[in-house]
Design a protein around this ligand. Structure first.
Ligand SMILES: C[S@@+](CC[C@H](N)C(=O)[O-])C[C@H]1O[C@@H](n2cnc3c(N)ncnc32)[C@H](O)[C@@H]1O
Length: 345
């Protein structure tokens, strides 16, 4: 569970916690499923535990009262959305659920909870409740399935078979040594303050740098609770000009930009705009250091404003790859000019 999710649940009444317990345990049980399982509505998703159903039915008056409170209903739907985001990103890191997509999910979960409330209000016999609830869950998963199908063309059967969105694309987190080795950096040479963009849930590199007394912050769309880690989508961050000494992004921002650049239904222009904002947010002399490289955009950077360097880390080779296969590391340095490109002497 991320820090935000724990915080959202901790301050709620016991019944709310009990209900979120059901939700979280369900996600936990299914955490190895892929988006393809969601798309195909895997039978495990529809399996309902008798014990949970009985709890809901036996406590229906209290559950209905809780769900009649719009704040509780919306908070509970938010727990679903958060868990769904964690599930989605753990299954496939290339899926991007922006604020509009998250609102869409929130609406779906709210309507699911309203449906549950209605059944609890009307059904007087447990068997009726069980039957109606199963139908509700089935309809809800059919909605989730058509929602995910908007990310590709479901009319094209091959697209469905081979679509990368439906595959497991696990998101690894690497140790600080590994990341620094691959990027070919030693902590002492990093110009502060340092931002680790897409730092991973645990932000291990950020913590490592801070232990060495280096001012560093991490951003990721999912983070554990830590004052140095910010849970945010990188599209929602304000990159103020001239702020950062170093921005690091190991297998994160550029990896996702590359994916969007290559994917038929990708949104590379959004990434291109953000890439430029990131570069503008560097102090004069500051660098954006990332891997893999983005040759399709780096070649167009104005030479009077940015120094573009690439390196292949031959010596430290932490992945034990042949030289040709090793990832390229890019370092883009903001020259001593301002954002208009005028060079300060
Ligand atoms: C392969 S992991 C690398 C993590 C870390 N840099 C490392 O090397 O251990 C990529 C990270 O980018 C994050 N990420 C992807 N899209 C993001 C977005 N739109 N906003 C913030 N973080 C994002 C993912 O959540 C994931 O933690």
């Amino acid at each position: 569970m991320t820090g935000l999710l724990t915080y959202m649940i901790d301050s709620q009444p016991d019944l709310f916690k009990e209900l979120t317990g059901f939700v979280l345990r369900r996600y936990q049980r299914n955490n190895r499923k892929s988006m393809r399982d969601v798309y195909e509505v895997d039978r495990d998703f529809l399996r309902l535990e008798k014990e949970n159903l009985e709890f809901l039915f036996n406590n229906r008056t209290d559950v209905v009262t809780l769900l009649n409170n719009p704040d509780h209903l919306s908070d509970l739907a938010r727990v679903f959305v958060k868990s769904s985001l964690e599930f989605t990103y753990n299954s496939n890191q290339y899926i991007h659920l922006d604020n509009v997509e998250q609102q869409r999910l929130l609406d779906m979960y709210q309507s699911y909870l309203r449906g549950m409330k209605q059944i609890l209000e009307t059904d007087r016999i447990f068997n009726d409740f069980e039957k109606d609830f199963s139908t509700l869950v089935k309809d809800h998963f059919n909605d989730l399935s058509s929602n995910i199908s908007r990310f590709f063309d479901r009319k094209d059967a091959r697209q469905v078979q081979e679509n990368i969105i439906l595959k497991q694309v696990v998101c690894a987190e690497y140790s600080p040594d590994f990341q620094l080795g691959l990027l070919g950096l030693s902590p002492e040479e990093l110009l502060p303050p340092v931002l680790d963009l897409g730092c991973g849930k645990n932000g291990t590199l950020v913590k490592f740098l801070r232990e060495k007394g280096i001012a560093a912050l991490g951003v990721d769309r999912l983070v554990e609770s830590d004052p140095a880690l910010i849970e945010a989508d990188w599209f929602d961050i304000k990159f103020n000009a001239g702020t950062w000494g170093t921005i690091l992004s190991h297998m994160a921002f550029s990896n996702h930009f590359l994916f969007q650049h290559r994917y038929k239904y990708g949104k590379p222009h959004q990434y291109a705009r953000l890439y430029m904002q990131i570069l503008e947010s560097l102090k004069p002399g500051g660098s954006f250091i990332y891997s893999p490289g983005l040759p399709f955009i780096e070649q167009f950077l104005p030479k009077e404003q940015f120094k573009v360097e690439s390196k292949v880390m031959a010596k430290s080779n932490p992945m034990k790859l042949d030289r040709q296969e090793q990832p390229v590391v890019m370092q883009i340095t903001q020259l001593a000019g301002d954002s208009t490109g005028a060079v300060r002497q």
